[in-house]
Design a protein around this ligand. Structure first.
Ligand code: TNX
Length: 514
């Protein structure tokens, strides 16, 4: 067991009431370190911090967004005013956000009348705030004022991420989820320090993002009835998308848009039959078959289409990545596939973005400057291993461990089972640094938990599949060392927080839910 892990486990073993309390009754506190993802270093000690109606939030103007999130998180359950000010007088009890300290990550210090979170960046401060939320009692997640004392165990946490990319993916194409639903999902994933949300915006069934130069994409393939089984439909206008990007950025989540090609394009071809080789419009499809559609790689209009879409999406995407799919192109001949990627991957760079695709793009030499998302179930992939040697970076999403649309057990009412049944222990039981032989830790950018939505309709459906597996993947992306026993114990105490937030989670029998 690593030293850091030992520190975390020691913190968890503390009795519930903090020790060394002053004259007043010792408050009940969450053990320092009972946080998902597990912090790197946990040093419990000293008197607990008490949050009261006199507490203020101190933050420099550059950390105002983080302070706003902190205030929003603490206000409903406490009912306290929690004013945000630039500088608190020395006697005022305070939660102070400071833009100083460790270059990556944050340091959180908790003592009698002060909590200080220090980080070099606002993102680091936001991560520290997420830790603080979990150090307060679960009642902090109630939506209405609770009459009780609020305290945080004394001590220090020093924490930083293992990987830069900790992602979730939501499939907007198979079933469209409204901007409000996506925002609620962002709120929940950001709590686990997930910092990228990949939106799968086009597939055989539907097209979900406005493209001005190809207006029939959404007019024809974004309407009612274009979801799987003809249920649902809809699309994001550019205004909706920009608003989502802003909302996510205010929670330190970067949106990664995906337009899947050259396969998964039936919806585009329904709207624009010129994108097929014979020019004949295919019928709209609301079934869940995959691998039957392909852009016509020998026609120039295909590349005009790809470039227009990439250009328009790049213009409204401040994040560094544009995902261009590339999976399950079974209807594209292998040589045509490589030729297509050789032209399309550089188009992403032409518009100032880093190309990102499912790991099959590794077959194309142009993938050397791209990010490949491994979604396989095997423990190696020859094309990916070769590409990594030329510079390709990898995001790990092994379908038999990280896919949130896989059923937990045979009895799970939602989801699929083609890759595996994935209980919480399976989702947690792998290491991104060793998952694919020949892809070393230095080539791994991070992890992502994809959620395909063939069987999902509502936000409650999304939540049921994501929680509690998403926090497992988030911990593999963030934490310095992994321990199932520790994760399992911490997860068990998280359940009451989801209950209070109204989040519909799967009560896995592998976990002792408190
Ligand atoms: C495979 S994973 C797909 C998706 C499906 C998913 C369902 C991947 C890159 N392609 O088109 O939605 O399986 O689990």
């Amino acid at each position: 067991m690593g030293h850091r892990l030992a520190v975390v486990l020691a913190a968890l073993a503390l009795p519930l009431a903090a020790t060394g309390a002053p004259a007043q009754a010792a408050p009940t506190t969450v053990p320092l370190g009972n946080v998902i993802p597990a912090p790197v270093e946990v040093h419990p000690g000293g008197s607990p911090f008490r949050l009261t109606d006199r507490t203020v939030i101190e933050a420099p103007s550059a950390a105002r967004t983080v302070a706003d999130r902190l205030e929003e998180a603490l206000k409903p359950a406490t009912g306290f005013r929690l004013p945000i000010i630039g500088r608190a007088s020395s006697r005022t009890p305070v939660i102070a956000l400071r833009l100083s300290g460790p270059a990556t990550g944050y340091r959180l210090t908790s003592g009698h009348d002060r909590i200080t979170i220090e980080a070099r960046t606002a993102e680091g401060l936001f991560d520290g705030v997420q830790t603080l939320r979990q150090l307060l009692p679960a009642a902090i997640d109630a939506r209405t004022p609770q009459r009780r004392d609020w305290a945080v165990a004394g001590g220090t946490i020093v924490d930083h991420p293992r990987y830069a990319y900790r992602g979730a993916m939501l499939d907007e194409a198979r079933h469209f989820h409204t901007p409000d639903e996506v925002k609620q999902y962002i709120d929940e994933i950001a709590r686990f320090k997930v910092n990228y949300l990949h939106l799968h915006l086009a597939d055989d069934q539907g097209w979900r993002i406005q493209i001005d130069s190809w207006p029939r994409l959404t007019r024809i393939s974004g309407g009612a009835g274009t979801g799987v089984d003809g249920v649902g439909g809809g699309y994001l206008t550019k205004a909706d998308y920009k608003d989502l990007v802003r909302y996510a950025a205010a929670r330190y989540v970067t949106i990664v848009p995906e337009i899947d090609m050259p396969g998964h394009v039936n919806a585009a071809q329904v709207a624009y039959p010129a994108l097929t080789c014979d020019g004949v419009a295919p019928p709209p499809r609301t079934d869940t078959e995959v691998g039957y559609s392909s852009l016509c790689t020998s026609k120039e209009i295909t590349y005009r289409f790809a470039e227009d879409v990439i250009r328009e999406i790049a213009a409204i995407t401040p994040g560094p990545y544009i995902h261009v799919g590339g999976d399950e192109a079974h209807a594209t001949a292998p040589a045509d596939y490589v030729a297509f990627e050789q032209r399309v991957l550089p188009l992403v760079a032409k518009y100032g973005k880093i190309a990102y695709g499912w790991h099959q793009i590794a077959q194309a030499p142009a993938a050397s400057r791209a990010v490949a998302q491994f979604w396989g179930t095997d423990d190696t992939d020859a094309d990916l291993v070769a590409a990594v040697k030329t510079g390709t970076k990898v995001v790990m999403s092994p379908a038999n461990q990280a896919y949130l649309d896989m059923k937990y057990t045979e009895d799970t009412p939602l989801g699929q089972d083609w890759a595996a049944l994935i209980e919480v222990h399976d989702a947690y039981g792998w290491d991104p640094a060793t998952r694919v032989a020949g892809v070393p830790a230095s080539a791994v950018l991070g992890v992502e938990a994809p959620l395909w939505s063939e069987t999902l309709r509502s936000l409650a459906d999304i939540q049921y599949m994501a929680f509690p597996r998403l926090p497992a993947i988030a911990e593999l992306g963030w934490s310095a060392s992994y321990s199932w026993d520790s994760f399992r114990a911490r997860l068990g105490t998280y359940g009451p927080r989801w209950d209070r937030q109204g989040v519909n989670f799967y009560r896995s029998p592998q976990i002792d839910w408190s």
